[in-house]
Design a protein around this ligand. Structure first.
Ligand SMILES: [Zn+2]
Length: 131
């Protein structure tokens, strides 16, 4: 068995089209400017339903991290580092930090997005140490 594959919805489809192109798109509220992730019907800051995807630089800082030792399901290679990442241009993402030993991923570490094709349709955004 392999790990579950994200299924694009009407809300998330542009995000997944972006990752396939190597672009990280983050919802941005056109009413108040809040950037948020994951995509939701309304802005979590002001509840406006007027928001649009805007490109992110994909660079940020590890806000918190944990090392997952027990795979959450089939198809996950444990141990791995699961981190909350503060993106430089706003919003936070929960993602794997790869390319380093999991125990070397620390709070404050600079990271950048790194796209990995998972299926023909789905390319996942991972993060790696910023060069
Ligand atoms: Zn808003």
């Amino acid at each position: 068995m392999s790990r579950p594959v994200p299924v694009p919805t009407s809300l998330s489809r542009p995000f997944w089209e972006g990752t396939r192109r190597g672009e990280l798109l983050i919802p941005c509220c056109t009413a108040c400017g809040e950037r948020f992730f994951v995509p939701e019907p309304a802005c979590p800051a002001c509840m406006s339903q007027e928001w649009t995807y805007r490109p992110s630089t994909g660079r940020g800082t590890v806000y918190s991290v944990t090392v997952v030792h027990r795979a959450p399901g089939p198809g996950f290679d444990a141990p791995f580092a699961l981190a909350v990442i503060d993106l430089d241009d706003g919003s936070t993402m929960l993602s794997h930090v790869v390319g380093s030993a999991p125990e070397d991923v620390v709070i404050g570490m600079r990271v950048r997005v790194d796209f990995r094709a998972y299926t023909d349709e789905i390319t996942l955004p991972y993060f790696v140490a910023e060069a």
